[in-house]
Ligand binder design. Sequence first.
Ligand SMILES: Cc1cc2nc3c(=O)[nH]c(=O)nc-3n(C[C@H](O)[C@H](O)[C@H](O)COP(=O)(O)OP(=O)(O)OC[C@H]3O[C@@H](n4cnc5c(N)ncnc54)[C@H](O)[C@@H]3O)c2cc1C
Length: 402
Amino acid sequence: MSKQVPEQRIVVIGGGYAGALAAVRLAGRARGRGAVTLIDPRTELVQRLRLHQLAVGRRVRGFDLARLTGRRVQNVCARAVAVDPDRGSIAVERNGKLSEVPFDQVVIAVGSGIDVDSVPGVAEHAHSLAGPAAAIRLREELRSLRDGARVAVCGAGFTGIELVSELAGARPDLRVSLHTAGRVGRGLSERGAEELRLRLGRRGVELVEGEAVSAVEAGALVLAGGEEVAVDLAVWCGGFAAQPLARDSGLPVDPRGLLAVDATLRSVDHPHVIGAGDAAAIPAFPNGARYRMTCQAGMPSGAHAADTAVAALTGKEPRPFDFGYIHQPLSLGRRDGLIQWVDRADRPKEKVLVGRRAALYKELVTRSAVPSIRWERRFPGALRWPSATAAPGVRPEAAVAR
Ligand SMILES: Cc1cc2nc3c(=O)[nH]c(=O)nc-3n(C[C@H](O)[C@H](O)[C@H](O)COP(=O)(O)OP(=O)(O)OC[C@H]3O[C@@H](n4cnc5c(N)ncnc54)[C@H](O)[C@@H]3O)c2cc1C
């Protein structure tokens, strides 16, 4: 009589773009061999790509996580507080109560937060787009501002640029500034940076460049040179920060606190712990360069994490993650945008797309995230992505993310 092999318990922690995609791909591809559980304290998919829209009062449609991931994924509404790879157990907290979820393999896809600790006063006196609750707090505060009030957005990465543009469009009555230690448009081509500065200027955004914000106080920014700038509201967009789960669990992390993984996305110390999305320090190429934290790379990495877990189920050797960029899409309000074309190694080409067509392109990219998860649920293994190493003219050692 043939003995039935028990199903492996595969747990995905974090139901964002990367985790939700990993869960549905796993549920389909590991069917009959693995039972999939998804842990997230939220019941709705966090649409970080739309947080800046939510913050300025635009309606953002919600998607129920359990419906999105389907019946083959068991959803646990809780926060993971520790992963014990030796015992194969995750401590989870819900409504103040602790319990345990056992696993044979785990995918850590807890995303990232906003770094509010590196600069004094940020956590106390600045808003951020750390998540939907923070975006709603910002929205309420913006609603209470009178005509002519001054709003300072600190940080000219993509989050800061998208927020400041959205804000300037939705609230032309406010005085809006964008602060950065460098130049606005860093990482874009010369033409891209020029277009960006022109378009922000047209929206009435004041650019304050070349001086870091060294502290935020109640009602003021303190610049590195000591000058104080009075503001009615400050929003901090100074970069993403690691979620504490991997570090708190004693798992190997990189200097930023992201789960240290090998090229197949397995933890460098524990092959049954796999990383995906913003939570993982994904080595792009043998020289150790990392991917940027983006949904663009995050969803493919979620799919690849699922494939790595499936390989372990079937006794196959997992393949290295091979992803190449194609664009850096930026919305500049609802009717304007800038698409910076890049090579697979994320280096900008001179060519950009701007204006309404760029805004539409960006909207289509943003809209495609949820259908991709649904599609993957129906047709497991469907998601494909551009390869970096197979791209003509890209040498692996040259293909580094900035
Ligand atoms: C305003 C804004 C605009 C952006 N625009 C773009 C863009 O145009 N293109 C692009 O590619 N990227 C963009 N990004 C970046 C992109 O949103 C992130 O890279 C992407 O969301 C990462 O996906 P993720 O699944 O790894 O993490 P997330 O989307 O952050 O999801 C993480 C999930 O993990 C859950 N979680 C966290 N901690 C725990 C825990 N301890 N236990 C259980 N669950 C946990 C969270 O609740 C969440 O559901 C933007 C980001 C912002 C803020």
